[in-house]
Design a protein. Structure first.
Length: 280
């Protein structure tokens, strides 16, 4: 009898298993859900099946990494989440919202910081809130600039800041519009290695202390392991889920400290191996 209780508990624990791309536990708070999603691009040269049978979820509050071979469909996945493009098949929901409302729930951060050089830092940071006609966001945006070491640079121009500082500004600009979900598409690609290490530390700390949910696309395995709570490995195009890696054992460590962890190399080898293998 006692054994049966234990067995039941085990089953419950397994259904919330972080290594599953789709949880079986109804209590898991799912923000984004992809169900059997496919996307075919049509252009002059023909059709490209970018993703197929893609099932995964982003749980509220987590920092989910997506890694996969170049051209496998990572950016396409982010574009579908934010409803910039519509899937050819399957179902996508973000906080149960229909496609029209999804765009407002998402904040994008790209490889280039995309700050406008002719606007000051404070004007850049408030731009998104102006476009969206959001009121009362100035204080929050300024508080973020102060909190993350940019308070003295409000009236400077992007060219007067380092690459790392500009990426922090870009993230704060994204946060200023209060998105439910941050979509980060290789946001550190334009930075040199040393700067990247520090910006990863900063961005991770900002996302966690602001309690945001984020999807982080990268082709840098080490960066994914240092930033994320879970990592989804995609197959070569058409993208489908190859494996989900759970980083719970190192989740509480800061990015630089994770690199010192003995588990870091194990995760690296696992992800590397899965990226080399063909589909299946
Ligand atoms: N607008 C488009 N029209 C036609 N094909 C496209 C379009 N955008 C992307 N593709 C194709 O879809 C596939 C997936 O592209 P996507 O940009 O999503 O890949 P990715 O994983 O983000 O690549 P990378 O690692 O290089 O950033 C690629 O084969 C690409 O050529
Ligand atoms: Mg891409």
């Amino acid at each position: 009898m006692a054994d049966k209780t234990i067995a039941l508990k085990d089953t419950d624990a397994k259904s919330a298993d972080p290594t599953l791309n789709v949880s079986k536990d109804k209590d898991v708070d799912v923000l984004v859900k992809f169900q059997d999603v496919s996307l075919t691009y049509h252009d002059k040269s023909g059709e490209t099946l970018a993703i197929s049978n893609l099932d995964f979820e982003v749980r509220r509050g987590e920092l989910l990494g997506i890694v996969g071979p170049s051209g496998c469909g990572k950016t396409t996945v982010l574009s579908i989440i934010s409803s910039i493009i519509k899937p050819s098949g399957g179902k996508v929901s973000v906080d149960k919202a229909e496609a029209e409302e999804r765009r407002d729930k998402c904040g994008y951060m790209l490889q280039r910081d995309e700050l406008f050089p002719w606007l000051t830092i404070s004007q850049n940071v408030l731009l998104g809130t102006k476009i969206k006609k959001m009121k009362g966001r100035r204080e929050y945006a300024y508080a973020l600039l102060d909190k993350y070491g940019l308070g003295d640079f409000k009236n400077r121009y992007p060219s007067q800041l380092s690459g790392g500082m500009r990426q922090r500004v870009a993230l704060i600009r994204t946060l200023a519009t209060a998105p439910e979900l941050l979509l980060l598409d290789e946001p550190f690609g334009a930075l040199d290695f040393q700067t990247r290490l520090h910006v990863v530390e900063d961005v991770h700390s900002i996302i966690k202390s602001e309690k945001k949910t984020a999807v982080f696309v990268t082709h840098d395995i080490s960066e994914a392991i240092s930033m994320c709570d879970r990592i989804i490995i995609l197959t070569a195009r058409p993208a489908t889920v190859k494996k989900v890696v759970d980083l719970t054992p190192i989740k509480e460590l800061k990015p630089l400290d994770r690199r010192e962890s003995p588990l870091f190399q194990k995760y690296f080898e696992d992800i590397w191996k899965n990226l080399q293998n063909k589909r299946g």
